[in-house]
Design a protein around this ligand. Structure first.
Ligand SMILES: [Zn+2]
Length: 290
């Protein structure tokens, strides 16, 4: 299992960056949701983008990234905590679109609409910001969202390489934030570096690491890695959680499921199916009405 998420600072901490190799995470999402290539690429970029934005979270905080486009994919969602766990889904995973300029047409598949980012610190009301999608290519949409809605000058790059058999060959991305007090010369140097970088998916496919990404981004600047995490596809759902949800249902709804003899529930996020037998449902009802 490979995959790493790193946090780093450069130029006296006036630049902050996060970089991740997410090939395994994206492949697991692709497999769970049985995505065709353009959906795998879009979902992989959304999951990786959420992980990178989530790397700024504190413990016990959650972040949800939602790409609500009017294209055939029908919308994407990913949520993550501050510990490198991410899960997500695309509404229509099995669509085909003709490629555009030899590449998967993620922008065409996402369409026009809005990006929403929700930060939930657990204690206060969750905060949701939004911005119009600029291209549907997801990285540019996140970059635009950060400057338009959160007034954070930043650059986000994301890449997913999908094999003809739909498996994920390489995935990753980076996120660079410009902090207050940065020198103009540092910004110019950073912008020149960014123009010279290979596509993220090509770098990861060639065996490049998260550190290699930032070595290119910060080439010629002093920088250091502060922390690293292992990103993983992780869903919080469980049969016990679902049983607790069932326990809050109206008695009549539970009785209908018991009369049907069983209940089958599929988790949107991880596609796991949970079966409840007549006896299990009867027990939930008995406990709920105690
Ligand atoms: Zn789940």
């Amino acid at each position: 299992m490979s995959g790493k998420l790193i946090r780093a600072v450069a130029a006296g901490a006036t630049l902050r960056a996060f970089a991740a190799v997410t090939t395994d995470v994206v492949e697991e999402a692709r497999r769970r949701h049985d995505c065709y290539p353009v959906a795998a690429a879009a979902l992989g970029r959304t999951l990786t983008g959420a992980l990178l934005l989530g790397a700024t979270l504190k413990e016990n905080e959650n972040l949800t990234l939602r790409i609500a486009g009017d294209g055939p994919l029908g919308g994407l969602i990913a949520d993550t905590d501050g510990a490198g766990n991410v899960r997500g889904y695309v509404r229509n995973p099995q669509i085909h679109l003709p490629s555009k300029n030899g590449k998967l047409d993620v922008g065409g598949a996402v369409g026009q609409g809005y990006i929403y980012v929700t930060r939930d610190a657990g204690l206060k009301e969750p905060y949701t910001g939004s911005a119009p999608l600029v291209s549907g290519e997801i990285a540019a949409d996140i970059t635009h969202y950060l400057s338009a809605s959160e007034q954070t000058p930043a650059t986000v790059a994301l890449g997913v390489l999908v094999n003809p058999d739909c498996s994920v060959q390489a995935a990753g991305g980076f996120f660079v934030q410009v902090m207050p007090g940065v020198e103009e010369a540092v910004i110019e140097h950073l912008e020149a570096n960014l123009k010279k970088l290979p596509p993220v998916s090509a770098l990861v496919n060639a065996g490049g690491t998260a550190e290699d990404m930032l070595a290119g981004v910060f080439n010629g600047l002093t920088w250091q890695v502060l922390a690293e995490q292992k990103p993983r596809y992780y869903c919080r759902c469980s049969k016990e959680r679902l049983a607790r949800v069932f326990a809050t249902l109206e008695r009549q709804e539970l009785q209908e499921m018991i009369d049907e003899g069983r209940a089958e529930v599929r988790c949107h996020f991880c596609n796991e199916v949970y079966l409840f037998s007549k006896e299990e449902l009867a027990e939930i009802m008995a406990q709920a009405t105690e």
